[in-house]
Design a protein around this ligand. Structure first.
Ligand SMILES: Nc1ncnc2c1ncn2[C@@H]1O[C@H](COP(=O)(O)OP(=O)(O)OP(=O)(O)O)[C@@H](O)[C@H]1O
Length: 544
């Protein structure tokens, strides 16, 4: 087992590390000294020893202060480290490529960030207690060694056996815990489908029963069985340690008097010390599984972060100001492959050779699955090409300028998302947004006030109109619309194809859209037909 948690906490404590370590050691020693005082007082109960009383009070106060200091500072450092790590992961994620993000998956990010962080936070507090108890135990061993060498060796032998056996058994627990976590990931996956497909489940009792019985119930039974097996091992381990401790007690009480010729009062003191140690040993035994889980949680976070790092490597950031405008964008021999886990091609587009000019309307048409959306994602730099190149005027798009290139576009894809606020937009006035809402004929459904739309619980077609408004507000040189007219009534389709698109063209926008509305194909300056991922035809239509 790697002690990830300990090194994580020591690292995060930063400049406070030495003070916190000193406080933990101080708390452990003062805790042990309390036992010394009690032992001394136990020699004579007849009169109050005020020196001992004062010493006792000092030890307790010192212990409380040091423990509070170490616990608070550790918690504060770990909490802020976890928050920073969350921010760092989110920051890296937003800089990752879309294709890699799609592979990592939403639920994996959510479960990693929430579950693992909670375990780490909880365990860090326990670890401070455990460390204090550990110091106290060392102090007690020192005291036992001072009282009787034989007693010390007894403790050392019993403890060594305990540690080795415990560590060996713990390895099996870790393996089981990993299996349990894999099952848990399956559960999260099913939960993702359950939440996203709530309507589909609600409408079909068979589907709902199937997922409930064969995914959730079966999955949970298996994961509970794994957890119970791992808990059983943990309980066996902890019981073993407790037993070992009683063996030590038996050795001290029965064997030590036969081997050591020390005074009965000394033997009594040793017995008292061993009894005093039992609380700390109990704490250690209870805390070890939690610390193990925190070690695994930190490993999980590291794994996810390194996957995100790899995703970032595919996407080198960021040289702002590279592309502000363009006259033409040319795709040259561009291909893109969807690969499965074993790097086999699942679907490919290209090679594509295509020139898109400033101020033209381009229609991408073709059957379902012909690759229109995939080509769109390549055109606007959401996917980076598997081979070939994109030329912006006479410059070739390089890896480090994708971020800048994407900034030329505003997009409404079929799986678009509406944000509650107009993030990234500053200079807008509410009246012009409400005018656009009226123009889209949804003024009786929503309005824009105080930086947000009053209502986004709208029909699919209405939500698309809001997405279109946001896209217009972004005012980018290239606008990408993936089947925006689908789900719209004939009146709005007419407005979209015959009025809005020509207006945008007049503003010198380049519009690239996917359409199945052949009634309006005449509106395209360039009509590109895709078949099986390849361009089947390019038709230029003159509108002069
Ligand atoms: N993330 C993905 N991983 C693997 N294959 C994918 C992925 N997304 C799409 N595909 C596959 O790529 C092919 C093209 O999909 P795409 O969405 O580009 O087609 P489309 O022409 O836009 O279809 P539609 O008109 O139905 O929207 C499909 O066969 C699809 O199964």
């Amino acid at each position: 087992m790697k002690f990830n948690l300990i090194s994580f906490i020591l690292d995060k404590l930063g400049s406070k590390r030495n003070k916190v370590l000193a406080a933990v050691i101080f708390a452990g020693i003062t805790n042990g000294m309390v036992m010394l005082v009690i032992n001394d007082v136990a020699k004579d109960f007849n009169e109050i020893n005020f020196v001992n009383l004062l010493f006792f009070a000092l030890c307790i106060s010192g212990f409380m202060y040091a423990r509070r200091f170490s616990e608070y500072n550790t918690q504060a450092s770990v909490q802020s480290a976890i928050s920073e790590r969350h921010l760092a992961i989110i920051d890296k994620l937003r800089k990752s490529s879309l294709s890699q993000y799609e592979k990592i998956g939403k639920m994996s990010v959510i479960s990693n960030l929430l579950d693992n962080s909670q375990i780490i936070y909880e365990s860090s507090r326990i670890l401070v207690h455990v460390s204090t108890a550990g110091v106290m135990l060392i102090f007690c061993f020192g005291y036992i060694a001072w009282l009787s060498t034989i007693a010390f060796w007894m403790c050392a032998v019993v403890l060594t056996i305990g540690i080795f056996t415990y560590k060996k058994a713990q390895r099996q627990v870790v393996e089981l815990y990993h299996e349990y976590q894999a099952k848990d990931a399956e559960f999260y996956n099913a939960l993702n489908h359950f939440l996203d497909g709530f309507k589909e489940l609600k409408i079909s009792r068979e589907r709902s029963n199937d997922i409930y019985l064969n995914e959730f119930t079966a999955n949970l039974h298996e994961s509970v069985a794994l957890k119970l097996r791992s808990e059983k091992k943990v309980v066996t381990n902890t019981t073993f340690i407790q037993c070992l401790f009683y063996v030590l007690m038996a050795c001290v009480v029965f064997l030590l008097p036969q081997l050591d010729e020390a005074e009965p009062s000394v033997l009594m003191s040793i017995t008292a010390v061993v009894l005093f140690m039992s609380g700390a040993i109990g704490l250690l035994v209870e805390a070890m599984p939690l610390v193990m889980k925190a070690d695994i949680a930190l490993g999980n976070l590291d794994k996810m972060e390194s996957r995100i790092n790899q995703a970032m490597e595919c996407e080198q950031l960021n040289r702002p100001g590279h592309f502000n405008d363009f006259s033409s964008i040319r795709l040259s021999d561009l291909t893109y492959n969807y690969l499965d886990e074993t790097k086999n091609k699942m679907f490919s587009i290209g090679p594509v050779d295509l020139t898109l000019k400033r101020g033209e309307i381009i229609f991408l048409v073709g059957g379902n699955g012909s690759g229109k959306t995939t080509l769109l994602k390549n055109i606007c730099g959401l996917y980076s090409a598997s081979s070939g190149s994109i030329h912006i005027d006479d410059r070739v798009l390089q890896n480090d300028s994708y971020d800048d290139f994407r900034n030329l576009f505003s997009i409404v894809l079929t799986d678009f998302h509406l944000f509650e606020k107009l993030y990234g937009l500053k200079n807008y006035d509410e009246k012009s947004i409400n005018d656009l809402i009226a123009r889209m004929k949804i003024e009786d459904k929503t309005y824009f006030k105080d930086g947000r739309f009053s209502n986004l619980d709208l029909s699919t077609g209405q939500r698309k109109r809001i997405a279109l408004i946001v896209s217009l507000l972004e005012d980018k040189p290239i606008m990408v619309f993936d089947e925006v007219a689908a789900d719209q009534d004939p009146e709005f389709r007419e407005e979209y194809y015959r009025v809005i698109l020509p207006e945008l063209k007049k503003q010198n926008k380049t519009i690239i859209l996917v359409s199945h509305d052949d009634r309006y194909f005449d509106m395209a300056d360039t009509l590109i037909k895709l078949e099986y991922g390849k361009i089947a035809s390019i038709t230029r239509q003159d509108h002069e």
